[in-house]
Every structure is written in structure tokens, then in C-alpha cells.
Design a protein around this ligand. Structure first.
Ligand SMILES: [Zn+2]
Ligand SMILES: [Zn+2]
Length: 302
């Protein structure tokens, strides 16, 4: 039996014919039979896809054969099967929605730190590690002592960036899951006058692979069916708790009440007891779906 892989990749590169390219790329992915989500914009490409090892190899080869993506790095994770239900290849205005016009990423982005450099620098004096991910992500896992932001979407960073003002003279070490958000976040910080801005190249995922994930507490949230992945093999901990009983847990489910559908952390015992619901009222709701032990529900076809 053939193994499966999940690939994570992005590249900021001007694409003159992005809309046309998106249509061609969709056709290619369909033909190859892979699943996942690929966003294509005038500023580049961003995707996570899953398939068999052979399919993933063919996918990498296809993109590497395009001069614009010849040097694109793919982060590969072996997995038990597809990590996506469907295939989406879409044209968007930005590959990561940030909404700040006029950033010049090539010139303004923070200096890349390879995982080993990041590991060495993160605890130095006058150095602040900043997490640019959303609340749901950092609640379940983050670098020890990292500064986090109270945001639900990346585009809310400008609303809360004043919270980083006290660190303006510090050395900022930015990180996110795979590095894509930090390219924009660090360029934005520099446009605001922050001077010493660095970013973790390849993000948490690459850090885990190259350093063993030391001092990353909890688990890394990912935007596919796995929901979280382990990063730290050196000094792992759990930092999140079941929303119902308060016991340590990093198990996300969606509330079985379809109207609610709340994405929350719930231990296995509580989930069984509550039939996969977040509250008594959801458990008694007529719209409650059957809880099959995963807390993951297929979207209804529209
Ligand atoms: Zn519980
Ligand atoms: Zn609910």
C-alpha cells in the first residue's frame, strides 16, 4: 500500500497571469487526483495538498518545472490518508489576506532566521518572540514566553499592533505556522519603524523538523483535518484544557449542534458525555448531529 503525504508550500512571486494560471492549475490538480487548498494571487501561491507519495512527487515536479517556482520549498509530512476532503484551487487578491497596501516584501520583510539560529537567539536579552497567529492557534500551542496577539484573523494585526509598541527597541523574532504570514507581518513592522525584525524561516513546522521543537509548548494548529500536529520531541507539554471539565487536552471538536458548530477543545470523556456538544442547550437542540467520536462534520453540499 502506498503511503500518503501532506505538502505545505508558499512563494511570494509576481504572477502576471494569476487568474489564468489558477484555472490551469485546477485542471492539473484534478487530473492528478490530489486534494487540498491552493490559493493563487498576483503576489504568489500558497497551498496545502494531500495525496499518495507518487502524486505528491508528481505535484512537486510539476511546480518546480515552472521557472517562477523552481526554488520553492515544500514541507512534507507523512500521514495516514488524505488530510483534505476536497480540492479547492482559487484565485484571490492576496495569498494571505492582510489588507495593508504598499508593503514591499522583498525589501521590507524581516531577516530570515533558520530554525537553529532562532533556537539560539530566542532567549537572548532584549529579544522578544512574537506569535503572529490567531488566538485559536496560540491557545493550543506556542513558543514558551512568546508574545501573542488577541486576533481571530491575520488581517486584524494592524488593529492590535500598538501592543507591540513597548518592544520597538527590542529585537523582534516573529513566527507563524509555515512562515507565510511573517513575510507580511515583519514587512509591516518595519514599515512602522521597528528596526530589528527577524522571522523564523519555514515557521513552526520546519523548526520542529530541524531542532526537535525545543521550547514549543503544546501542539501546532494546522488548517486541515488533523487540526493539530506534534512539534516538540525534546520537552513537550500540554498548555490547553478541556472547555468543559478543565483537564489538560488539545483535542478540538466542532459542536454537534449544527447551528452552533463551535470549534472548541473538549476531552474524549466530556465529548462522549455531551454527545459532542459544547453545552446542555446544544445537546438538547433538534439540530444536533450524530457524534461519531471525531467531532468533525462534513459540510453539506450546497
Ligand atoms: Zn473534559
Ligand atoms: Zn454548541
Amino acid at each position: 500500500m502506498s503511503g500518503y503525504e501532506t505538502l505545505l508550500f508558499y512563494k511570494y512571486v509576481p504572477l502576471a497571469d494569476a487568474e489564468v494560471f489558477a484555472a490551469q492549475h485546477l485542471a492539473f490538480c484534478r487530473q492528478l487526483g490530489i486534494r487540498g487548498r491552493v490559493l493563487i494571487a498576483d503576489e504568489g501561491i500558497n497551498g496545502t495538498v494531500s495525496g499518495t507519495t507518487e502524486q505528491m512527487q508528481a505535484y512537486c515536479n510539476h511546480l518546480h518545472a515552472d521557472p517562477r517556482f523552481a526554488d520553492m520549498a515544500f514541507k512534507t509530512d507523512p500521514c495516514d490518508g488524505h488530510t483534505f476532503e476536497k480540492l479547492h484551487v482559487r484565485y484571490r487578491r492576496e495569498i494571505v489576506h492582510f489588507g495593508v497596501d504598499g508593503l514591499r516584501l522583498e525589501e521590507q520583510r524581516g531577516v530570515y532566521l533558520e530554525p537553529q539560529q532562532f533556537l539560539q537567539m530566542k532567549d537572548e536579552p532584549d529579544t522578544v518572540v512574537v506569535d503572529f497567529r490567531n488566538r485559536v492557534e496560540w491557545e493550543v500551542g506556542r513558543f514558551r514566553h512568546a508574545v501573542t496577539l488577541p486576533i481571530d484573523r491575520f488581517r486584524q494585526v494592524p488593529d492590535v499592533v500598538h501592543m507591540l509598541e513597548p518592544y520597538k527597541k527590542h529585537r523582534i523574532l516573529a513566527y507563524c505556522t509555515g512562515g507565510i504570514r511573517c513575510e507580511k507581518a515583519t514587512a509591516y513592522l518595519r514599515s512602522l519603524g521597528f528596526e530589528q525584525v527577524f522571522q523564523l524561516h519555514g515557521g513552526i513546522i520546519e523548526y520542529g523538523k530541524q531542532t526537535g521543537g525545543k521550547d514549543f509548548d503544546g501542539k501546532c494548529y494546522v488548517f486541515d483535518q488533523r487540526i493539530t500536529v506534534d512539534v516538540n520531541q525534546v520537552n513537550p507539554t500540554l498548555i490547553s484544557y478541556c472547555a468543559l471539565c478543565g483537564k489538560p487536552s488539545a483535542r478540538f471538536i466542532n459542536c454537534a449542534n449544527e447551528i452552533c458548530n463551535k470549534h472548541f477543545i473538549c476531552c474524549e470523556l466530556c465529548a462522549q458525555h455531551m454527545k459532542g456538544c459544547c453545552s446542555e442547550s446544544c445537546r438538547n437542540h433538534p439540530g444536533r448531529r450524530h457524534y461519531d467520536g471525531t467531532g468533525f462534520y462534513h459540510k453539506k453540499a450546497r
